[in-house]
Design a protein around this ligand. Structure first.
Ligand SMILES: Cc1ncc(COP(=O)(O)O)c(C=O)c1O
Length: 424
């Protein structure tokens, strides 16, 4: 990143704009989207909506290439809302346990029954054709026979056949170490078949797909500045565990097929694992979300590069002492285990850093100004640009995203929040 040129570029694009503002560089977004497809080999890519949370961006990405197909949603409520806007092939990635939401999904699926198969591809157009037999738009996640029973009871009472996706745990156990996340209890062939048999027993349900997300490969940074030793251990663990992960996913897929399951998709991976997940022959599609906005946490991966596309701009509000600037707002802390790596980073102009005592504040964010840096020439009222640690969470702080191209704001896209939606 050429910071001098980029600061002038972005600040002149934002001239006269209300701050704080979320800023999306469309050229960077498009370059990242092309890079995802290259990294994914020949596989289609499902969009991880939690890492985007802007309907207009999701539409652009789906329209940009036929290999972008379907969404991995983060809540059933979101999927119902998106289905109402014409999106199809919506897999809810996490369990849905509230009856009223399951009913809403059944009703959304019923409302789309009878669409033509082309309706899936029509997601970005927002207009669904009316005849034919497309798959139901929303698929719910399951990981236990008890959940299956609950979903089956509700689907039967709604008079629909509800498609389900089985969530396979891909964490790997080493002596004294759980390498992975705590999500699904289904971690082997026996447990997967138990859930499948429960689904088979319920005429109002069918198994649609399998998701095996290797979070510890896809989401765990392995090249963190200032943490060389830890990073090399993480890289070694990743290398060692990837063959075990692929073998487990393959064994479960094979066993389900032997038992009669017809899987429409086998989903795996995420931004940090596209290349390795694509090597697993059992996988039919990948997921990517963060790769498009390219937040800070994905700078810390050894295997790929990305271009920061999403930033936020704060106004420089005051100069409390020589060597310090204070901005308005900024406390957009990322989720996860609390620590300095959850804080946003000032990136433009170069030469600014958060203070250890205050970090990023609720209303005021003081910054240290490095002597001799380009930042020293900044004046009160001018913007300072930051990057968030994660991708989609920033959108919960803004109503709209300002889209920049050729040094101008060319579009203003409402975030989920800007559309009045708050799912989590
Ligand atoms: C189930 C699942 N799949 C895939 C992903 C990858 O998303 P991203 O590409 O934004 O890292 C995530 C992220 O947490 C996830 O929970």
């Amino acid at each position: 990143m050429n910071t001098t040129v980029d600061y002038a570029y972005y600040s002149s694009a934002l001239d006269g704009v209300r701050l704080p503002a979320a800023v999306l560089d469309l050229d960077a977004l498009e370059a990242n989207a092309r890079a995802v497809l290259t990294r994914a080999g020949k596989l289609p890519v499902r969009l991880g909506s939690k890492s985007i949370r802007v309907r207009g961006v999701i539409e652009r990405l789906l329209a940009s290439d036929a290999r972008y197909a379907g969404l991995l949603c983060f809540s059933a409520e979101e999927a119902v809302w998106l289905a109402g806007h014409g999106f199809r092939d919506l897999v809810v990635a996490y369990p849905t346990v509230q009856e009223r939401l399951v009913r809403a999904v059944c009703r959304a699926n019923r409302a789309c029954a009878g669409e033509s198969p082309g309706a899936n591809a029509a997601a970005s157009a927002g207009s669904a054709p009316l005849t034919g037999t497309a798959p139901a738009p929303i698929t719910l996640m399951v990981d236990s026979p008890a959940q299956v029973d609950m979903l089956g009871r509700i689907a039967a009472s709604e008079g629909v056949c509800l498609p389900l996706c089985l969530d396979l745990d891909l964490s790997v156990k080493y002596p004294g170490l759980h390498f992975g996340v705590r999500r699904s209890p289904v971690a082997d062939v026996r447990e997967a078949l138990a859930v499948y048999r429960a689904i088979q027993q319920c005429p109002a349900l069918r198994l649609d797909g399998l998701m095996g997300y290797e979070a510890q490969i896809a989401g765990l940074p392995d090249s963190v500045p200032g943490a060389r030793l830890k990073s090399s251990v993480v890289r070694a663990l990743k290398r060692q565990s990837i063959p075990r992960i692929h073998a487990r996913r393959q064994a479960v897929v094979a066993a389900l097929k032997d038992a009669g399951a017809v899987l429409r998709f086998v989903n795996g991976g995420g931004t940090g694992s596209l290349e390795s997940t694509a090597q697993d022959d059992s996988v039919t599609e990948l997921t990517a979300g963060s790769a498009f906005f390219a937040p800070v946490s994905f700078d810390w991966f050894a295997g790929f590069d990305q271009i920061p596309a999403m930033m936020f701009a704060l106004e420089l509000a005051r100069i409390p002492a020589p060597g310090y600037f204070t901005c308005t707002g900024g406390g957009y802390i990322a989720s996860g285990a609390a620590g300095p790596d959850r804080l946003p980073r000032p990136v433009l102009p170069e030469g600014l850093s958060l203070t250890a005592t205050e970090g990023a504040g609720e209303v005021q964010t003081p910054l240290l100004v490095r002597t001799g840096s380009t930042a020293t020439s900044l004046e009160v009222g001018e913007p300072v640009f930051f990057r968030h640690t994660k991708a989609g969470e920033l959108c919960e702080r803004f109503n709209e995203v300002l889209c920049i191209r050729d040094c101008e704001i060319v579009d203003r896209l409402p975030t989920y929040r800007g559309e009045g939606q708050c799912f989590l």
